[in-house]
Write a protein that binds this ligand. Structure first.
Ligand code: ZN
Ligand code: ZN
Length: 420
């Protein structure tokens, strides 16, 4: 059966995947306590987030630095939304429906690791390999569930892959990557690359990806169903209305270390303005001294130089973004920038002596930053200010796909369509 309409799609998903669009009550209650983190908020993510809300999700984080462009009108936004940040529009639509939405108008590499909570499912539907690598490694570091949802307009295919890094996983997103994949990190037809996509993704394709992504989200939380998703790929063809499952193959020379996660993660309700490195060390039972060091989810600059008069200022500064200004020059008032070679992902605590007792925010540490401390007595990672209060529950509403389409009127743009 060729899938051309939303009715076709609903029927195909019910027949082929045994899902009627409404999660079981027990899964629905799990969804209401789940946090979804969309890494990129394009033409697949937006309808998928709306569908997730239909199924009971209440807590959502969106990271995407892009704004809607003129050409997105046909595909994924209203004329009035052109020029606005995608994540801002997403927040507006979803808070109106009772969800709690956190936004990061930033590249996913620039968001601190603590944006991933203990109950997070990460969702990536990017059309470039750099984002896939970033999402994969973040999920590994934070031991999270990861869904990779993509569309291939040329073949009318949707692909959904699910990875569970809460325990050691034999396979990751990068296991399927060749050396060539890394050297060519943007999809040749993506808007991030030099080429152009010649054909637009049919609207139904993004809707199918959204629906299948939510099905994966739902069933990865359901023990009786999760086995068909985890470490598997579902390929769904709109040309034939059929689904194919395959087990993903582990790659022994994978470039991602599947075991490289933060150790003994502790999530703190206190933010960086109310806790210091010395307090973190004390709470971990680590005595500050020789062989004590800190590792950061971002970089820390030890030397800063004025971009105007070249005056140099010593002092650790947390770098949220590598080329961001790290302060003001005390001589001329212009911006200070981190000096190359004095930027570190890991430092002995001795090097941070000057700020040990100061609140983390005093040297720029961002909320949701992750800092790992290692001493003679052990290792412990802290996510600072990442322990969130659960949102309240709202009555469950299982919308149909048709109602979602009617509400959102969404379809993918050629540029936003994520490739397989
Ligand atoms: Zn791998
Ligand atoms: Zn200066």
């Amino acid at each position: 059966m060729v899938v051309q309409t939303y009715d076709d799609l609903t029927r195909a998903i019910a027949d082929v995947l045994d899902f009627d669009g409404r999660p079981r009550p027990i899964t629905q209650s799990l969804l209401s306590r789940r946090h979804l983190y969309f890494l990129g908020f394009g033409s697949v993510a937006r309808p998928m987030a709306q569908r997730a809300l239909d199924c009971g999700v209440l807590d959502v984080t969106l990271a995407d630095p892009k704004r809607y462009a003129e050409k997105s009108i046909v595909s994924q936004c209203e004329p009035s939304e052109v020029g606005r940040l995608k994540v801002e529009v997403g927040r507006e639509c979803m808070t109106a429906r009772g969800a709690r939405v956190t936004i990061h108008p930033a590249d996913l590499y620039d968001v601190p690791d603590g944006a991933v909570h203990a109950n997070t499912t990460l969702i990536v539907s990017a059309d470039n390999r750099r984002a896939d690598v970033g999402a994969n490694r973040l999920a590994v570091r934070m031991r999270a569930l990861l869904l990779k949802v993509n569309v291939e307009p040329m073949y009318g295919m949707v692909s959904v892959r699910a990875f569970d890094f809460r325990r050691p996983s034999p396979v990751c997103v990068e296991c399927a990557f060749s050396a060539e994949t890394y050297s060519r990190q943007t999809h040749p037809k993506s808007c991030d690359g030099t080429g152009e996509r010649s054909t637009g993704s049919p609207r139904i394709l993004s809707q199918a990806a959204a629906e299948l992504g939510v099905l994966a989200l739902t069933e990865t939380l359901d023990e009786s169903r999760s086995a068909r998703w985890l470490s598997h790929e579902l390929l769904f063809s709109l040309e034939t209305g059929t689904a194919t499952w395959s087990e993903l193959t582990p790659n022994r020379s994978c470039r991602c270390d599947h075991g490289e996660s933060w150790p003994a993660m502790q999530r703190l309700a206190s933010g960086p303005e109310s806790i210091s490195l010395a307090e973190l060390a004390r709470s971990a039972g680590i005595v500050v001294g020789q062989a004590t060091h800190a590792r950061f989810c971002r970089q820390v600059a030890l030397q800063n130089r004025c971009e105007h008069c070249h005056h140099e200022v010593y002092g650790p500064r947390w770098l949220a973004v590598l080329d961001a200004a790290t302060g003001d020059c005390p001589i001329c008032g212009n911006h200070l920038r981190a000096v190359p070679f004095y930027v570190h992902g890991e430092l002995p605590l001795d090097a941070l002596n000057g700020v040990l007792e100061q609140p983390l925010a005093a040297w720029g540490v961002a909320p949701a930053a992750v800092i790992e401390l290692t001493g003679a007595t052990g290792r412990q990672a802290f996510a600072v200010g990442s322990d969130r209060v659960r949102p309240g529950t709202v009555p469950f509403f299982a919308g149909t796909m048709r109602s979602m389409v009617a509400r959102t009127g969404l379809s993918p743009s050629p540029c936003e369509g994520a490739a397989l």
